[in-house]
Write a protein that binds this ligand. Structure first.
Ligand SMILES: O=C([S-])c1cc(C(=O)S)c[n+]([C@@H]2O[C@H](COP(=O)(O)O)[C@@H](O)[C@H]2O)c1
Ligand code: NI
Length: 410
């Protein structure tokens, strides 16, 4: 049994871009080879990552460059990028996370340019280097075993910037779309936050706020392109474990449930709607079959979300379904405290077990199915057999309901 699953907090108070996030994660210990391998699976032979140590306003930081190996034609559709990611066979949550990030970028671009999401064409953000940044960040998070991501308020910048769309005001329109529901500030001159950086932060982080309580284990600093005197142009990451043996109270938070009854949406669209809602920050989204007025078979769409995501999700429901009304109710959500413990299952391979606990006593211990399934696919083993092995390993380590929560290592 090794260290509990990790939490990551990003400090984006100086701004954020994809290469800065990737630099911070590699600086904190993510293996560049594994990151390059994941990128190669999506865009084979297209780019090579370079790594250098630089200073930004006197602070040492890791700068990640993306060197092109082939000529790029950066005009790709969301559909083309989605296909590449889906077919790349990426491990664990890497593919789902990368799809969530590009899904948010596509939704933002669709709103800015007034086109349907499926027809979005990316220009700069569809180039090899942006794809490398997105897939690279998701692969680095997987490498570091990060399960929970949070981030600070973001500095977006001011002024104007030259882009493929022409001379745009900063924050550029796509960044402002992506910022809905996030705490932001101008924070300085120039384009401090890019669309790719904001999409990564807002799609992957579950909360915006200060450094959460964790046992700090590693930090990393990623450099941006410019070096501005007196103001380090960097993203920082803090990695740590939620203290495993901390006997805290259940976590209470205010949340909202958005709800609509729909009887006339093409049923083939529902899976995409649910996926978009999750990618846009819903905690959960589901359908309940109902019989409506006039005896019509229909569905109730329900979306559970943190309060700060409600506006963006309500917009998405109006945009992607045929409803003309959305109900909303405030709910109090009580969640048991959770921690993750890695157990060995086969040939030194490990999977995380989610341990929910209360008052220092384990209530549930469940192997993370996505990780078990990804390992099974990688090793060519039946997922059911690996799941059984993970449950047995958890029991052997005393991770059973009613047992005392194990001490945190170290
Ligand atoms: O590529 C697209 S579609 C794009 C849209 C917008 C809008 O705000 S709309 C802005 N930009 C600019 O491209 C560069 C590169 O962005 P990355 O996220 O790839 O770093 C940046 O200056 C954006 O403002 C691109
Ligand atoms: Ni655009």
């Amino acid at each position: 049994m090794t260290a509990p699953y990790r939490a990551a907090w990003f400090d984006v108070t100086s701004g954020v871009a994809g290469d800065m996030l990737l630099g911070a994660l590699i600086d904190a210990g993510a293996g560049p080879e594994a990151v390059q391998h994941a990128i190669d699976a999506v865009i084979p032979g297209a780019v090579r990552l370079t790594r250098s140590s630089v200073t930004r306003a006197g602070l040492r930081a890791t700068r990640i460059g993306v060197e092109p190996l082939a000529e790029d034609h950066p005009h790709r559709t969301w559909r083309a990028i989605r296909g590449r990611i889906e077919e790349a066979g990426l491990p664990g949550q890497v593919g789902d996370r990368a799809l969530a990030v590009f899904g948010r970028l596509a939704t933002a671009e669709a709103r800015v340019h007034g086109v349907p999401v499926e027809e979005v064409h990316f220009h700069e953000v569809g180039a090899w280097d942006s794809i490398a940044d997105v897939v690279g960040v998701c692969a680095a998070l997987h490498e570091l075993g990060v399960a929970r991501i949070t981030a600070s308020p973001a500095a977006l910048g001011s002024g104007r910037v030259r882009t493929a769309h022409g001379d745009l005001p900063v924050p550029v329109p796509a960044v402002l779309e992506l910022a809905a529901g996030w705490d932001v500030v101008g924070g300085g001159t120039g384009e401090l936050a890019t669309p790719t950086g904001m999409a990564l932060v807002t799609a992957l982080a579950t909360e915006c706020g200060g450094l959460p309580r964790l046992r700090a284990e590693a930090t990393g600093i990623g450099a941006g392109t410019r070096d501005t005197p007196g103001r380090p142009n960097v993203v920082r990451v803090v990695l740590g474990s939620p203290p495993a043996a901390a006997v805290g109270a259940d976590e209470e938070s205010s949340a909202v449930v958005l709800e609509a009854n729909v009887d006339d949406l093409d049923p083939r669209l529902w899976p995409g709607v649910l996926a978009s809602l999750l990618a846009a920050g819903a905690s959960d989204a589901w359908l309940v079959p109902i019989l409506m007025k006039k005896g019509r078979p229909a569905h109730t769409l329900r979306v559970l979300a943190p309060r700060q995501r409600a506006d963006a999700l309500r917009d998405l429901i109006f945009r992607e379904t045929s409803t003309i009304g959305v109900r909303e109710s405030a709910v109090r959500k009580t969640a048991l405290q959770r921690t993750w413990v890695r157990v060995s299952v086969a040939d030194g391979a490990e999977v995380p077990v989610k341990v929910a606990h209360r008052g220092g006593v384990i209530v549930q211990a469940t192997p993370e199915f996505e990780d078990v399934a990804a390992l099974a696919a990688e090793r060519g083993l039946p997922a059911a057999a690996l799941l059984d092995a993970a449950v047995a390993a958890a029991v052997a380590h005393g991770l059973v309901p009613g047992a005392a929560l194990p001490e945190a290592p170290g």
